[in-house]
Design a protein around this ligand. Structure first.
Ligand SMILES: NC(=O)c1ccc[n+]([C@@H]2O[C@H](COP(=O)([O-])OP(=O)(O)OC[C@H]3O[C@@H](n4cnc5c(N)ncnc54)[C@H](O)[C@@H]3O)[C@@H](O)[C@H]2O)c1
Length: 352
C-alpha cells in the first residue's frame, strides 16, 4: 500500500518534539511539506529530517492533491481556520489541542467535519496513553465501584509560558492554564468515564501573578523569553466545579501560584476503590480487601503516547476508523471549558 502523504503545518515545539519524529518513525507515512510562516523554521525542518519541501503558506500544502493528511501544530487561533480549510480541500486532519479557542469555533470545526466526511482528530494525546487506558479498563471492570467524584489538579509554582506572547494573549490562545493544561486533564477524565454529560458548571479564573510582566519572578520560562511589551490577559489559575450525569468533577489549575510545590494529578474516587494518577506517569489503586487496606501500583510497559497517537492517525486515514480523539468527543470538553470561562465572567453557575 502507498504511504500516507503528510503536510506538517507549524514547525515549532510540538511539531519537532512529537509529530515529526513520530511520522518519521512510521513506515506508512511520508512527510512532503514542512510549513511555517517563519521560513527559517520550515527550512530547518527540511534540513533536520532530510525530506520534504519548505513552504510558508499552508494553502500551498492544501493545493497539492497528493497530500492526504495534515498535522496542524500552530498556535490556537489558527486551529479552526486551517483545519476547516484542510477538510474542505479533502485532507484528513490531526489538529493539536485545544480544538479551538471557544466552543463556537469547535462546533464549526465539527460541522465541517460532518459535511466533508474527512477525519478530524484533536491532539488529546492522553487517549493514547497506555496508563490512562489501563485506568479506563479498571473503571469499566467496576474495580472502583461507582466513581462519584474526580479531582483534577494541574498546579505549578511559577510556570507561565512565554509571558506576553501567544500563550498569554486571549485573542491568540483563547485562555490560559485551563485551555492549555486543563484541556488534557479534563479530556482524560471524560475519556476514562465514557464522556458523561455535563449538567452544571461553576468556575472562577484569576489573572494575577503575570499581570506585571516585568516584575514577574520565575526560575524557568518555557515558550519564553518574556515580552515586556506583550499582552497578558488570560488566567494564571482556575477553580471549577462541574456536575455531570456521572461523577462530579472539581479542578484546581495554575500556571503560577505562590505555593512552592507542583501538583499534577487526577484522583478518581469510587465507593469500592480509588485511583491517583500522577499525570504523565504511574498510578496507584487504593481499595479494601478482606478487612485490610491495600494499595498497589500496576506495572506495565507504556509505549510513547505521541507515537501511539500519530500511528493511530496514519492508520485511520487508511481504515476510516473513528478514533477516541475525534472532534465529536473534543467538543464536549470544549463546552465545559467555555462554561467555566462564562461562569467566571458572570460569577454565577451555568446550567447546560
Ligand atoms: N499535545 C500537547 O501536549 C501539546 C504540547 C505543546 C503544545 N501543544 C499545542 O500545539 C500548538 C503549538 O504549540 P507549540 O508549543 O508548538 O508552539 P510554537 O510557537 O513552538 O509553534 C507554533 C509554530 O506555528 C507557526 N505558525 C503560526 N501561524 C502559522 C500559520 N498560519 N501557518 C503556519 N505556521 C504557523 C509559528 O511560526 C510556530 O513556529 C498549540 O496549539 C499548543 O496548545 C500541544
Amino acid at each position: 500500500m502507498s504511504k500516507v502523504v503528510i503536510g506538517v503545518i507549524g514547525c515549532g515545539n510540538i511539531a519537532n518534539n512529537a509529530h515529526i519524529p513520530a511520522y518519521m518513525k512510521n513506515e506508512d507515512a511520508e512527510i512532503k511539506y514542512f510549513c511555517d510562516i517563519l521560513p527559517e523554521r520550515a527550512q530547518a525542518a527540511v534540513e533536520k529530517y532530510g525530506c520534504g519541501t519548505a513552504v510558508t503558506d499552508y494553502r500551498d500544502v492544501l493545493a497539492d492533491e497528493s497530500v492526504e493528511a495534515v498535522s496542524v501544530c500552530t498556535p490556537n487561533n489558527m486551529h479552526a481556520i486551517i483545519a476547516m480549510d484542510a477538510l474542505r480541500a479533502g485532507k484528513h486532519v490531526l489538529c493539536e489541542k485545544p480544538a479551538a479557542r471557544t466552543y463556537d469555533e469547535a462546533l464549526k470545526m465539527q460541522e465541517v467535519q460532518h459535511e466533508t466526511g474527512k477525519i478530524l482528530n484533536i491532539g488529546v494525546v492522553n487517549r493514547f496513553n497506555d496508563q490512562v487506558n489501563r485506568i479506563r479498563s479498571y473503571i469499566k471492570e467496576g474495580r472502583l465501584g461507582e466513581v462519584y467524584h474526580i479531582y483534577l489538579s494541574f498546579r505549578s509554582h511559577r510556570s507561565i509560558p512565554g509571558l506576553g506572547g501567544a500563550f498569554t494573549t486571549r485573542e491568540i490562545a483563547g485562555g490560559g492554564a485551563l485551555i492549555d493544561w486543563g484541556v488534557h486533564f479534563l479530556d482524560l477524565v471524560m475519556y476514562c468515564m465514557d464522556d458523561p454529560r455535563p449538567v452544571t458548571v461553576s468556575g472562577e479564573t484569576f489573572c494575577r501573578l503575570g499581570k506585571d510582566i516585568e516584575g514577574y519572578t520565575y526560575k524557568d520560562m518555557w515558550a519564553g523569553p518574556p515580552d515586556p511589551a506583550g499582552v497578558y490577559d488570560v488566567e494564571d489559575s482556575v477553580a471549577a466545579l462541574i456536575r455531570t450525569d456521572g461523577p462530579v468533577l472539581t479542578l484546581h489549575g495554575a500556571w503560577a501560584q505562590n505555593i512552592g510545590e507542583n501538583e499534577m494529578l487526577v484522583d478518581f474516587m469510587g465507593d469500592k476503590g480509588g485511583i491517583r494518577l500522577q499525570y504523565g506517569g504511574d498510578f496507584t489503586l487504593y481499595t479494601a480487601e478482606h478487612g485490610a487496606l491495600v494499595s498497589y501500583v500496576p506495572e506495565g510497559k507504556s509505549r510513547p503516547m505521541f507515537e501511539n497517537e500519530i500511528n493511530a492517525f496514519v492508520r485511520c486515514v487508511r481504515t476510516g476508523e473513528k478514533l477516541p480523539s475525534h472532534i465529536d468527543t473534543a467538543v464536549i470538553t470544549s463546552r465545559i471549558m467555555q462554561a467555566i470561562y462564562d461562569s467566571a465572567q458572570i460569577h454565577r453557575e451555568i446550567v447546560l
